[in-house]
Design a protein around this ligand. Structure first.
Ligand code: V1D
Ligand code: CA
Length: 511
């Protein structure tokens, strides 16, 4: 069965083979350095897969002007990371090096840094890059200039407030959700990585302002959490859903449970924004995974979420058979754009990885599906039953939040609003992070990476400039229920792939 035919539809828009015909405004965050970070020999996590994805996007022509805005993220600063993480953990990540790590054995143990989460060269810059991209993507959605924002280097769902876990150091998802909560009363988080999204669940376990839904392999599998009976606590009770699955789940079985559950969640919870963690270790043939999803079956989740026309943040996550990860995330970028991509892969610098088929599509195998229809039906009924209790949860108001008109309260970010503004921020860089000459610059125009900047300003209702700021105060994970929201930060960004954008000329910097 075609996975697109399973379950309820998202909305009433006319559908085509690509979900629906209507275009979406998409922005895509990519840092050309990200593929150089290396967890170490024998480690399955390979940031290089993000560079492979980018190469496929480039050669399919998806980075060209007019397709999507391509942005190089600003690195997250200490204070950005400390919106969720503890000061001492962030200080440790900033200072630890491969050479000096063994002088701090107690800290390594305390922060769970070691085999799964090793210290490697540039570790802190890596964290700043992937977290900066997810937060930047959330800012773009808040600004309303884009319908879908993508960061394939993000989605590191296991990181805790003061602890690394499962290849994840900082939790870019929690940070991005905190950003979205500045504007939206309710944010929905969906996690299709084969592993349980424990770090995100834990951060929002006691609030009803974030609903977390994780689909995962459960039973003798990392991280061991994600029991169907874990449903949230206190104000957050019933705002956490866990869908435990067994080995070999295929496209039809997956969609038979994903669409009814998520369709009901959308109807009952009515989120203002959705974050979809697209971990690709749920694909068939993954080095660490044991599911049997095809690339199209995996992408059906993206297509389904896109169909609701709610601001959508697409993030990466796990994925250890890297040729499949690149094919999957490239295909899903096409889905976000509403573009049908040809099956035959275009020639690219990593072509040899994709042989002998050189196909965009990840195929399922003939492995046994250990999820019976009866088990899936029971899981679905159990979860739909929990969802029906949402109606009786007193703290959820289903009206749209009325935007506040008051100005943001001063915060430390206002002390130096231009601090993040790098005067070279519109410089086009080559893969070695060096400024490019003219010919290379026009070549990169096609590859389209532009450094983002976030000089922001607050305007009154007539558009008159009142004050310049970075970001207003936002709720922390602990006190979401009572938080006062500030109007969204108005982040600016320019893309070098925008046609006729004179500000990309050499020597000019964004104002
Ligand atoms: F195979 C390995 C080789 C070297 C280093 C680590 C691993 C490895 C494989 N699987 N580590 C794991 C998992 N860890 C354990 C540990 C045993 N300890 C007691 C715990 O089983 C961790 C799997 C992490 C999966 C991460 C993820 O895919 O969910 C992800 N999502 O976003 C980013 C990563
Ligand atoms: Ca999951």
């Amino acid at each position: 069965m075609d996975p697109s035919s399973a379950g309820a539809g998202g909305n009433s828009l006319a559908t085509s083979s690509c979900g629906d015909a209507q275009k979406r405004r998409v922005c895509y965050f990519y840092d050309p350095e990200v593929g150089n970070y290396y967890y170490g020999q024998g480690h399955p996590m390979k940031p290089h897969r993000v560079r492979m994805t980018h190469a496929l996007l480039a050669h399919y022509g998806l980075l060209a002007a007019g397709k999507m805005q391509v942005l190089r993220p600003l690195p997250a600063r200490d204070r950005d990371l400390c919106r969720f993480h503890s000061d001492d953990y962030v200080a440790f990540l900033r200072t630890v090096t491969p050479e000096t790590q063994f002088d701090q054995i107690r800290s390594l143990r305390r922060f769970n840094v070691g085999e799964d989460c090793p210290v490697f060269d540039g570790l802190y810059a890596y964290c700043q890059t992937y977290a900066g991209a997810s937060v930047g993507a959330a800012v773009k959605l808040n600004h309303g200039t884009h319908d879908i924002a993508i960061n394939w280097s993000g989605g590191l769902h296991h990181a805790k407030k003061s602890e690394a876990s499962g290849f994840c150091y900082v939790n870019d998802i929690v940070l991005a959700i905190l950003e979205l909560l500045k504007l939206h009363e309710r944010v929905l988080y969906i996690d299709i990585d084969i592993h349980h999204g424990d770090g995100v669940e834990e951060a929002f376990y006691t609030t009803n302002r974030v609903m977390t839904v994780s689909f995962h392999k459960f039973g003798d599998y990392f991280p061991g959490t994600g029991d169907i009976r874990d449903i949230g606590y206190s104000e957050g009770k019933y705002y956490c859903l866990n869908v435990p699955l067994d080995d070999g789940i295929d496209d039809d079985s997956y969609q038979s449970i994903f669409k009814p559950i998520i369709g009901k969640v959308m109807e009952m919870y009515r989120p203002g924004a959705v974050v979809l963690q697209c971990g690709a270790d749920s694909l068939s043939g993954d080095r660490l995974g044991c599911f049997n999803l095809s690339g199209k079956g995996h992408a059906e989740c993206v297509k389904f979420m896109r169909s609701f026309n709610v601001p959508l943040l697409l993030l990466g996550g796990g994925g250890y058979t890297i040729r499949n990860v690149a094919r999957c995330w490239c295909y899903e970028t096409g889905v976000a754009l509403g573009e049908e991509l040809r099956e035959k892969l275009p020639y690219n610098e990593y072509y040899e990885y994709f042989g002998p088929e050189y196909s965009l599509f990840v195929a399922a195998s003939n492995m046994e599906n250990r999820n019976t229809n009866k088990q899936l039906e029971e899981i679905k009924c159990n979860i739909l039953d929990n969802l029906s209790k949402l109606q009786h949860a007193p703290s959820v108001q289903f009206e749209e939040r009325i935007p506040e008109t008051k100005l943001p309260e001063p915060d430390e970010d206002q002390e130096d609003p231009d601090e993040r503004h790098d005067p070279d921020s519109d410089m086009v860089l080559d893969d070695h992070n060096k400024p490019l000459g003219h010919s290379a610059r026009s070549l990169i125009h096609n590859m389209g990476v532009k450094r983002e900047y976030t000089e922001t300003e607050t305007k009154d209702q007539h558009g008159k400039r009142l004050t310049t700021e970075h970001k207003g105060p936002e709720p922390m994970a602990e006190d979401l229920g009572s938080s006062k929201q500030t109007p969204p930060a108005d982040a600016n960004a320019m893309a070098i792939n925008a046609p006729g954008n004179g500000r990309n000329e050499p020597g000019s910097s964004p104002k």
